[in-house]
Design a protein around this ligand. Structure first.
Ligand SMILES: *[C@@H]1O[C@H](CO)[C@@H](O)[C@H](O)[C@H]1NC(C)=O
Ligand SMILES: *[C@@H]1O[C@H](CO)[C@@H](O)[C@H](O)[C@H]1NC(C)=O
Ligand SMILES: *[C@@H]1O[C@H](CO)[C@@H](O)[C@H](O)[C@H]1NC(C)=O
Length: 416
């Protein structure tokens, strides 16, 4: 079946890793690495020329430099210029997204056939417990499964989170109206086998239910329910202008805050924006959740992926924007403020939607665990997304509810 997967330029990474595992001679491995970095620089920055080769040759692979200077480089720019360039680009990006989302929202207003005298084929979503990430999975799956079967998606819930998105245009009905419109005496309910396990009987529900209108329930956390419609999903889930504007301001503020550190230094290029989501909270604190199989990513994972991404994009440079539900942990345990290229964006005042919008504006996403980070990766449209490979805990009850191939996009990178 075609789930419409994206192309995968960073398969390279895996190649390098695998050859390391195979234990090639160091000379061969070095050659492979050299080739991989050349191609990677070509793919990631479009600069597959002698400059990359020189840079590679000048720097041992493990020496990370946010600021690589070279006599061959373009004119240098200040940190203030870097910040304003990034902010301006992001403002253009959000305007483009908003225009598309508004057009999409409009187009749906004309195509809702609820008042149509013939029996409509409606697919209802009954609820979406949990927080923003859960809501997004339920909504995306509702739209994806409805499109796939030419049904109209409908909410049976009045969830205030629907107002966070410019593109979202799904009618809300109560049960009485739902029954009246469908002319059915009952609304069959479709339940899932696990929170993150894809099932054909859900995706192709009309086969079992004789084209009736039905209610979807559960967590529906598989990209396979909606990835074939990814452009529509991402357009529908474009945040409101107010949220996106606040996200850009947060990024601007965070970059300005790095200014003290970076003042006086000069830069060759505008660095790549990398979003990191550090999920802590209940899953790392509550015993019942830990016993169930939830866990947080390790300190090693966060540091390891930061180093990896810095190294991969050493030509452009990188700046890391951290969003988290535990600022203290990021500052005091991970000590992220000690790096001059890492800014902690989250504050107690940032609503979760703004933090998620920040992630959606970055070019590479490092998630730890959890659906919030998952959606940061998905909405960013990045082809470079990292996740903590040891989640969920092996042999736990949670592990039985998660099929990793259904949950993580095959183009994303599991890391430890
Ligand atoms: C259902 O919604 C309709 C239209 O919005 C309203 O008239 C009706 O009173 C509602 N019924 C219930 C049971 O809430
Ligand atoms: C359901 O609809 C499809 C096409 O819309 C049709 O081919 C099929 O016969 C219908 N099945 C039933 C049981 O009505
Ligand atoms: C970004 O920060 C700079 C420096 O404080 C400020 O002049 C500029 O107006 C800010 N831009 C936005 C969009 O907030």
């Amino acid at each position: 079946m075609d789930y419409g997967q994206d192309a995968n330029p960073s398969a390279l990474l895996r190649l390098v890793k695998e050859h390391r595992k195979l234990g090639l001679s160091s000379a061969k491995a070095a050659l492979l690495l050299l080739a991989a970095f050349l191609v990677a620089s070509f793919l990631f920055t479009g600069v597959g020329n002698a400059r990359s080769l020189r840079n590679f040759a000048q720097q041992a692979p493990n020496v990370i430099s946010f600021l690589t200077r070279s006599a061959f480089e373009s004119p240098e720019i200040t940190w203030a210029q870097v910040t304003s360039t990034i902010t301006e680009k992001l403002q253009q990006k959000i305007q483009t997204r908003l225009e598309k989302a508004r057009r999409y929202h409009e187009s749906l207003s004309n195509s809702i056939h609820l008042q149509n005298p013939t029996t409509p084929r409606l697919l209802f979503l009954q609820g979406s417990g949990g927080r923003l990430g859960n809501f997004l999975f339920c909504t995306a799956s509702l739209i994806g499964i409805a499109r796939r079967n030419q049904y109209t998606p409908i909410y049976l819930i009045n969830d205030e989170r629907t107002t966070l998105f410019t593109g979202l245009n799904i009618e809300i009905l109560n049960r009485t109206d739902a029954l009246r419109l469908t002319r059915q005496t009952t609304l069959p309910e479709i339940s899932e086998k696990g929170a993150a396990i894809y099932s054909d009987y859900i995706a192709d529900f009309p086969l079992q239910h004789g084209n009736q209108s039905v209610i979807l329930s559960g967590f529906l956390q598989s990209f396979k329910y909606f990835h074939a419609f990814r452009d529509e999903i991402r357009t529908a889930l474009t945040f409101t202008e107010a949220i996106l504007t606040q996200a850009v301001q947060s990024i601007n503020d965070s970059l300005n805050a790095l200014h003290g550190e970076n003042n006086g230094a000069m830069y060759r290029r505008v660095p790549r924006l990398v979003g990191i989501h550090v999920r802590r909270g209940d899953i790392t604190a509550a015993d019942d959740l830990k016993n169930f199989g939830f866990l947080g990513a390790t300190i090693h994972y966060v540091m390891n992926t930061i180093r990896l991404v810095r190294r991969l994009h050493r030509n452009s440079g990188t700046v890391f924007l951290v969003v988290t539900d535990d600022v203290d942990y990021c500052l005091n345990v991970l000590q992220l403020r000690t790096f001059k290229d890492v800014a902690v964006v989250s504050s107690k005042d940032n609503p979760p939607a703004v933090d998620l919008a920040v992630l959606s504006l970055t070019e590479t996403v490092i998630m730890t665990v959890g659906t919030f980070g998952w959606w940061g990766g998905y909405l960013s449209e990045s082809e470079e997304v990292y996740y903590y490979r040891k989640w969920p805990k092996k042999k736990s009850r949670l592990a039985k509810l998660v099929e990793r191939r259904d949950y993580f996009l095959p183009t994303w990178h599991g890391w430890v």
